[in-house]
Unconditional design. Structure first.
Ligand SMILES: Cc1ncc(C[n+]2csc(CCOP(=O)(O)OP(=O)(O)O)c2C)c(N)n1
Ligand SMILES: Cc1ncc(C[n+]2csc(CCOP(=O)(O)OP(=O)(O)O)c2C)c(N)n1
Ligand SMILES: [Mg+2]
Ligand SMILES: [Mg+2]
Lengths: 320, 334, 320, 334
């Protein structure tokens, strides 16, 4: 979570410096969801996660590197060769795949991943994320229902962070608990405190175990709060200040580090050391990303199909 | 306030012209209402509807869940109830999520059922803003083969306002694409008439007259074409630039008149070349003005790839001024 | 219900005679749902229904005529001028509109009708139907959720008739009660015996009242059974014979007529008289439909847009 | 059994050829599986998959809920897991419900993410069977402007089998349209080779050689074109008929070679004319063979309307043999 927060803060600085091309999406205050859930996966068993816009934490947990993230945001010749932006990248060999923007569409796709595990009789689980807002889309319904009917090893986490862009949750749905959506599919649904990384981890772990036992999908609602605007340009004037304050007090990082200190699992010194290690690592990562060249324009022609090269300037082709 | 500053103040951007059209139509006709994501008090992702929620209330500027198919379906139903819905897609790319509703319900309704579904679906299209594969789309060709939808894409503030008004008053469904690159482009600021006006759907505009080659285009590419025409003029080539304004049905008459004059045509658009609407235009010209053609029709368009994000890639992907100059030069030498 | 059954039986004969063009869809055994629910509407209040493939009963209840139905099935110049088939026709002035084939898409559209009532502050209610199968589609979810969030005067009836084409309900959904879907939208959901026309009428009436009171949408599951195959070509070999027998014994028409007889609301004579009246009326209707000409081919050009005429044979246009 | 009867028995219909391709590919490669609505023990609405459920089991022939987007999404995910999914749309018209999944997820995936999504989406397309506006569609143009999808439409049993096999073995997503009018057409019965074969994607076939005019088409229209060619021959006009077989990417070389020979071209398809794929073909010919054209390219296609149901309307809507004869006669006289 620290790493996630600090990567995003670094991106904030890079953005102020004009080095980020396009919008910056923050997951501040909700890192517990992405990190806790991704930690619950077992890459050795093949588990695959599909993080979306607020899930940088899952990307980093699965093994995406800060360098890659910086390369992406700086439009460098990084993991997607400059073709995609921000955390729209994946690495199947590291068990995570990148999203599309169209909210909900990754859900049927992750059903297909889950179906693959089932057909191969492998123990893997497919974990997909969606926002409170994104859960209103058609493919969310089609996908969840398919996962239920086919008994797929599939987990959907609805990150209920109070808003979808400017739209508060009560104008997205009449529900107070999104885990009630599970009732529409005859699958288990749980609501978990998304700012409690351990609780998220536990809920995901249970869901994964259930899936591995062949008992099908689980819907997890993770209740959290979007502490920043939708993207950097959004000052979220529409969010009541008290809510921000209230949720600020529930910061998942502070909370978890307090737990570590209280239980003696870490000392203040450990945490300080971790933070400064991260600082150092991120400086290296930024340097790496900055040193990465932009992609060559002409590489835009490549690989729509396997080994394909798109036609360029057909008007220059000889007419004969 | 000096006169100059005042004049400046009355000038509107492309985006403001769209907002003016919405406001004026909502004032004129209480049946007009807006529906979409975050368009209410937030004013929309690009702030096109800013202020309208305060002015007209939540009943006339309706925020919805993230459900493009439902937005368009609900607009269609409301249209059947006598309303004039204007649905916003936050980015026009998301119109794909409502493709079935548009092509199977909305476009076919009048033909099947005998009464129309007057509604407008509008939203920001186009690239050049580093939006990547899902926020840069130009979907006109997706809808061009489904009879029953009109497709409009303005390139000036005046046209944006007048065409949007015409679209809202149209008895049939209109897709209204707003190139986001133009929204606040200073070059497009202009002073609009105080009085009500419309720009008719189906009529192109000759943006620049010329005698050697016709460039047929629309949307933000109009400016690439005009810039290319400037360059070509320096080289002694006189290019005529036609801004279609309406893509479906496009103004065949204006296009043919121009081609019959210049005898050479370039079709220019920002969507990918293969399967793009340029094919329709080119084929129509060949069908109807073959005798007048002294050279092949060249389509200048984006690569047959998704829209890549990184600047060098996106620049390479999209038609540049020099591409147009090159194509026109080649044609003229033909 | 009698009328519906007899219209379909007549269509069966016409089909055997080769006079029906295309498939014939039967609603035999489930007429109670369409008829009972449509009867609960108040056309004077503006209520609109959107019947789909098994809802001939609703079409006829709303005022669609047997002649129109025969014209449609015979591809005559009837209500859709031959452009559409079977019960794909509507009459807004008679408060029903025709469906599209794409299952689920009418739901958002009927939300728009409901929204229209709400915006006009009129008491009308929009009633939409969907099958157990069709309820798996994306627009079903988007529409129901929108109706709930906007508190629309909207009723969705899920006709759970055990099958979607060859697919039994348990492979369509993990649910045993489709009214549980309501829980996903925070709206009331009821399950009703679809073969009890009065029960369907009551449930719909209650839902309509609720909608008129401004309390938003209701989901009604009507449990019934598809007694015939998906369409005429389908011998439904996949349906256990016992199920057909079991449900045959619950025939909604027999059941309702027994009720009428028992309560003295009708005598056997009344029923016989009704049946022979219908017979006579249908003979007239068939004759009318047979006498209706086929549409003129060239009318295919008209009215894609208001007063439009499509281009024909562009290859004959002078090239100049 | 006489030899003749035996020969007869070994002949397969277009539909059976498709089934053979599925069966053989499923036998050859255990990663191939089928997914769709009612395709299991029921065998599909048109019985294309009949028997495969019994032969390969429910794990390889997967029945789904009515959820086209989920079917295609799940197929894509399974493809990423190394499987070769063949998804069936009960009627190809319902592919519209999965438009976003196909154009935004599937088509763009390799370009964005660097690895492919090899999968096939197949289903019955086309009219002439009184199916009405929602069961008669030809959606190739909907997808032609989204780079990353191949589109195939065979017209013979041999090609159907060979192309479907090629599609299943292709490393990229392929849309495979089967004209339902051809499924059981006696004229199409033929004896197929016993040995495994593929027909390569991207290669057209010259179905009839001719010297006066080239008719470029695909799918069921191939037969209209051939019948027209017969009639034209009687009138002394020699028509060459090209069956594209693959629509995207189409075989430019074969088309150009023919047009350079005949100097006249008709593009024929069953989808509506405006915005149809014919524009692409026509524009390409003009671009690349302008010098050889002695007459305009004519597009013969369906009306710009939905597909109407009633026989006189549908017949009027669709290109008829006489339309083609008329167009070719006109061209030849040009
Ligand atoms: C189908 C679709 N419609 C619209 C959008 C534009 N959009 C991007 S993020 C967003 C809000 C998402 O809200 P939510 O799902 O709650 O996620 P959060 O941002 O709160 O994490 C919207 C409307 C989109 N990406 N996809
Ligand atoms: C989106 C969509 N996919 C597929 C079909 C093809 N189809 C027509 S009816 C049907 C079965 C419908 O089952 P159900 O909704 O349960 O209604 P029922 O026939 O049982 O009344 C199918 C699959 C369709 N019409 N729409
Ligand atoms: Mg949210
Ligand atoms: Mg059913």
């Amino acid at each position: 979570m620290r790493l996630t927060r600090m990567v995003e803060e670094k991106l904030g600085i890079l953005s102020t410096q004009g080095k980020v091309i396009g919008s910056l999406y923050r997951s501040m205050g909700q890192e517990g969801t992405a990190v806790g859930s991704a930690f619950a996966l077992e890459p050795e068993m093949g588990d695959v996660a599909a993080p979306i816009l607020r899930d940088l934490g899952a990307v980093l947990t699965m093994g995406g590197t800060p360098t890659e993230v910086f390369q992406q945001y700086m439009a460098k010749n990084g993991p997607t060769r400059g073709r995609e932006l921000n955390i729209h990248f994946g690495a199947p060999e590291r068990n995570f795949i990148g999203p599309v923007s169209m909210l909900g569409e990754m859900i049927p796709l992750m059903c297909g991943i889950a179906l693959g595990f089932k057909m191969r009789k492998q123990p893997g689980v497919a974990l997909c994320y969606i926002g409170d807002g994104g859960s209103s889309t058609g493919p969310t319904h089609e996908g969840l229902n398919l996962a239920a009917v086919l008994d797929l090893p599939f987990i959907l986490i609805i990150e209920n962070n109070g808003y979808a862009y400017s739209t508060p949750t009560e104008r997205q749905s009449r529900l107070t608990r999104f885990s009630d959506r599970a009732l529409a599919y005859g699958i288990p649904g749980v609501t978990v405190d998304g700012n409690d990384v351990v609780a998220v981890w536990e809920a995901t772990r249970e869901a994964a175990d259930r899936a591995r036992r062949g008992e099908g999908p689980t819907l997890i609602e993770s209740v959290t709060f979007r502490m920043k605007g939708h993207a950097q340009h959004d000052n979220q004037a529409y969010v009541p200040i008290e809510d921000i304050e209230e949720w600020g007090a529930k910061d998942p990082i502070v909370r978890h580090e307090r737990l570590l200190l209280e239980t003696g699992m870490a000392s203040l010194g450990d945490i300080d050391a971790m933070v400064s290690d991260i600082h150092a690592a991120l400086d290296v990562a930024v340097a790496e990303a900055e040193a990465t060249p932009m992609p060559e324009g002409s590489t835009a022609l490549l690989d729509v199909f396997e080994n394909s090269v798109a036609e360029r300037k057909p008007w220059l082709a000889p007419i004969s | 306030m000096t006169a100059e500053v005042h004049e400046q103040a009355r000038q509107v951007t492309f985006l403001e012209a769209i907002r003016e059209a919405l406001r004026e139509e909502m004032t004129r006709d209480e049946k007009v209402f807006l529906i979409g994501e975050d368009i209410g008090s937030y004013g929309g992702a690009f702030k096109v509807t800013e202020g309208l929620h305060a002015e007209f209330g939540a009943d006339r500027v309706i925020d919805t869940p993230i459900s493009e198919a439902a937005i368009i379906g609900a607009a269609a139903g409301a249209a059947m109830m006598g309303f004039k819905p204007v649905a916003e897609m936050q980015f026009i790319d998301f119109i794909s999520c409502a493709f079935d509703q548009l092509t199977n319900v909305v476009s076919k309704w009048r033909y099947r059922m005998g009464f129309g579904v007057p509604m407008v679906v509008r939203g920001p299209c186009g690239g050049g803003v580093r939006g990547g594969p899902f926020h840069s789309g130009n979907p006109e060709a997706f809808f061009a083969n489904s009879a029953g939808l009109k497709i409009v894409e303005p390139s000036t503030a005046y046209d944006a306002k007048g065409l949007l008004k015409a679209a809202i008053r149209d008895p049939d469904p209109v897709l209204f694409f707003e190139h986001k690159y133009l929204y606040r482009l200073p070059r497009l600021r202009e002073t609009l008439p105080d009085e009500d006006y419309i720009v008719p759907i189906g009529k192109a505009s000759v943006r620049r007259e010329g005698s050697d080659v016709t460039i047929i285009t629309f949307g933000a590419m109009v400016y690439r074409a005009l810039d290319a025409a400037d360059k070509l003029a320096e080289a002694g080539i006189s290019a005529e630039v036609i801004d279609l304004r309406t893509i479906v049905p496009f103004d065949v008459e204006t296009v043919l008149a121009s081609v019959k004059k210049t005898n050479r045509a370039i079709v220019l658009h920002e969507a990918s070349r293969t399967g793009g609407f340029g094919g329709e235009i080119s084929a129509t010209i060949t069908e109807k003005a073959f005798e007048w053609l002294e050279a092949p029709i060249i389509r200048v368009a984006s690569l047959d790839t998704p829209v890549p994000y990184s600047p060098p890639l996106e620049d390479f992907y999209m038609p540049q001024v020099d591409d147009i100059v090159e194509a026109a030069t080649r044609l003229s030498a033909y």
